[in-house]
Design a binder for this molecule. Structure first.
Ligand SMILES: NC(=O)c1ccc[n+]([C@@H]2O[C@H](COP(=O)([O-])OP(=O)(O)OC[C@H]3O[C@@H](n4cnc5c(N)ncnc54)[C@H](OP(=O)(O)O)[C@@H]3O)[C@@H](O)[C@H]2O)c1
Length: 266
């Protein structure tokens, strides 16, 4: 029996990187997938083709997660097509880096809109659908599962990225508060906090030999992560294997949050 058999997972930002990795991992475990994207239609189609290549089922929906009408329409289309939504992976996120003094209000606001307000809008639609439907025992012990994509920067400060780190710190408390509020409805809410995973967002770092070596100094486990590392954790967090896990952040980071700088210092 596949671990997500018959469930529908809506994954935001599934046209690239971690979202794509999660979509493939969940589809392999029997979930039907709503592949969301905002600009990269080509990336979304690549995700769809890969899922279909092993006999999985998926659909593509374009929507900007920071816009409420678009988010509502995305949930409606998914429910029309697959009947309901069982799992939300709120993964879409961006970086717009600048030193604090140089950061424009526009770049501050844009990152908040997508990384944080996007989580609010998607989780609200998902929770409404989970409550409307309730538990379907054949599929899952929970009425629904929400996985918020955070980052190790929800606890590690990050100079030059204050908008991004602020949103991830916000995701931490958003996730915990939501888990507390939705627990009585048997809705599970948890977060994944990846360390450095090879995707488009940090391409300039892992493609440059010097930068890659510098990055490895921050990772005790001595390898940069792959989207599959996050896909596997997301499947577990969405499945009944983690049914008693509620309001937690799982750090999937090769030990980045172990403060490796203290190994021979301090
Ligand atoms: N890679 C890492 O090392 C790492 C570490 C910690 C946390 N994360 C988090 O993981 C998530 C995914 O990042 P990634 O590394 O996979 O980056 P990525 O390869 O750049 O993918 C970002 C995804 O988000 C989507 N997206 C951006 N703006 C959107 C919007 N307004 N509405 C809907 N979708 C939107 C993109 O879609 P389009 O391309 O179609 O615009 C894309 O599919 C982010 O939340 C990021 O903060 C990543």
């Amino acid at each position: 029996m596949k671990r997500l058999q018959g469930q529908t997972a809506l994954i935001t930002g599934a046209s690239s990187g971690l979202g794509q990795g999660i979509a493939l991992a969940m589809a392999r475990e029997g979930a039907q997938i709503c592949i969301n994207y905002s600009h990269s239609q080509e990336g979304a189609e690549e995700t769809l083709q890969e899922i279909e290549s092993f006999g999985g089922k998926a659909m593509i929906v374009q929507a900007d997660v920071s816009k409420q009408p678009a988010v509502k329409a995305m949930f409606q289309k998914t429910i029309q097509t697959f009947g309901t939504v069982d799992i939300l992976v709120s993964n879409a996120g961006i970086q717009k880096d600048a030193s604090f003094l140089d950061m424009s209000l526009e770049d501050w606001q844009k990152v908040l809109d997508i990384n944080l307000t996007g989580q609010f809008l998607c989780a609200q639609e998902a929770a409404r659908e989970f409550m409307r439907r309730g538990i379907v025992k054949e599929r899952s012990q929970a009425a629904g599962k929400i996985i918020c994509m955070s980052s190790v920067h929800d606890i590690i400060p990050w100079a030059g990225h204050i908008n991004y780190a602020t949103t991830k710190g916000g995701v931490l408390m958003f996730m915990k508060t939501l888990a507390q509020e939705l627990s009585p409805y048997k809705i599970r809410v948890n977060a994944l906090s990846p360390g450095a995973i090879k995707t488009r967002i940090n391409e300039s770092v892992w493609k440059d030999e010097h930068e890659r070596k510098q990055l490895l100094k921050l990772i005790p486990y001595q390898r940069i992560g792959e989207p599959e590392d996050i896909g596997k954790a997301a499947v577990w967090l969405a499945s009944d294997e983690s049914d008693y896990v509620q309001g937690q952040t799982i750090y999937v980071d090769g030990g980045m949050t172990l403060y490796p700088g203290f190994v021979d210092n301090g």
